[in-house]
Ligand binder design. Structure first.
Ligand code: SF4
Length: 158
């Protein structure tokens, strides 16, 4: 039997394979932190051993977008920095996900002005929104678990 026929459609084999790949991917998240403002303090707090994000497989940040699959956007995004954010997103390989960390990235927050991007979903697709100014570490962990659930349940590209 040809491999492409085996992998075509929702057969028992492909759905189980999809589950296994989804399970693997949700525990191997490599973050690229794009940190611009005060939310960065909370991001660093979450990264400390106290909150142990290694248990979610997300403890190892990468500082090249080409090695990362999660773009963690942390802090206010100005119109001036927006093209850089888009460029970094485009440099990441698929599959990739984006988290908006804090109200400034979700909606622009307090900065309802011409100089600030009014929500990063106007320039890149966002998978998870984490509210708060800044978000509590527990809220960030909740967002991370929601992202894991989303990764595991989606159709996996192979
Ligand atoms: S959400 Fe609050 S803490 Fe985070 S970058 Fe905006 S102003 Fe700073």
């Amino acid at each position: 039997m040809e491999v492409d026929k085996v992998l075509a459609g929702d057969t028992f084999f492909t759905t189980r394979l999809n589950d296994v790949i989804g399970w693997s991917r949700k525990f191997s998240i490599f973050q690229y932190p794009f940190v611009t403002a005060c939310c960065g303090m909370e991001y660093m707090a979450v990264s400390c051993s106290h909150y142990d994000i290694d248990r979610f497989g997300a403890g190892l940040p990468r500082f090249s977008p080409r090695q990362a699959d999660l773009l963690m956007v942390v802090g206010t995004i100005s119109q001036k920095i927006a093209p850089v954010l888009v460029r970094i997103y485009e440099q990441m390989c698929n599959p990739k996900w984006v988290v908006a960390f804090g109200v400034c990235t979700c909606t622009g927050g307090f900065y309802d002005d011409y100089a600030t991007v009014q929500g990063i979903d106007t320039i890149v697709p966002v998978d998870i929104y984490i509210p708060g100014c800044p978000p509590r570490p527990e809220t960030v962990l909740d967002g991370l678990m929601k992202l894991q659930k989303k990764i595991a349940s989606q159709k996996q590209a192979v």
